[in-house]
Design a binder for this molecule. Sequence first.
Ligand code: ZN
Ligand code: ZN
Length: 233
Amino acid sequence: MIEINTLATGSTGNCYWVSDGSTSLLLECGISFKAIQKALNFRTSDIEGVLVTHEHKDHCKAVQEVADRGLDIYMSPGTKEALGIQHHRIRAVENKKQFQLGTWTILPFDTEHDTAEPFGFLLASQSGGKLLFLTDTYYCRYKFKGITHLMIECNYSYKILSENVNSGRTPGFLKKRVMKSHFSLENVLEFLKANDLSKVQEIHLLHLSDSNSNEQEFKQAVQAATGKLVYVP
Ligand SMILES: [Zn+2]
Ligand SMILES: [Zn+2]
């Protein structure tokens, strides 16, 4: 039984706690360690490790603190280098080479973002659940089978972004950047259509933009397209 707890999501900070009942992990640490402790009622000692997707601050702000607290942090060699922090708790893991953290088998894979070597993670639990964590990528070149839990960025919709650019609310230059670095509702729907969702129990939409998204609309669109339980934390 996979449990997902969103401690923070969005451009001001991302951090998610996940557990399969035996091993708990953090996905990202883009808020202070104090905030993480508070959100988890100070139950951080049983966290087996922290996975970080890329070096943008909203995903890794607390890396130093978290490492100093004795938690192991896993990321791509490129992200590690871009961060520039030397610490024995910070470990580089290779693209498409799976590794084990407690009862989880974790497969990192490359994503499409404007950073050194961004990763997504597929987490398979010994108890049978399979969690896909996919954020800060405008597209995903891979297809996945047997996912039970999906955590996926749904940053903006092309429609809302275009309206905001036309009205002057969002500067035009940002449009290009957003479109080449973040997942749109339209691309998320394409991704969902291309993947086998027969085992999916929950879909969590992450990292919604403050100005270029609409929570209710996104939730309804994904629900209508999949018939699944959709959460927008
Ligand atoms: Zn981000
Ligand atoms: Zn980013």
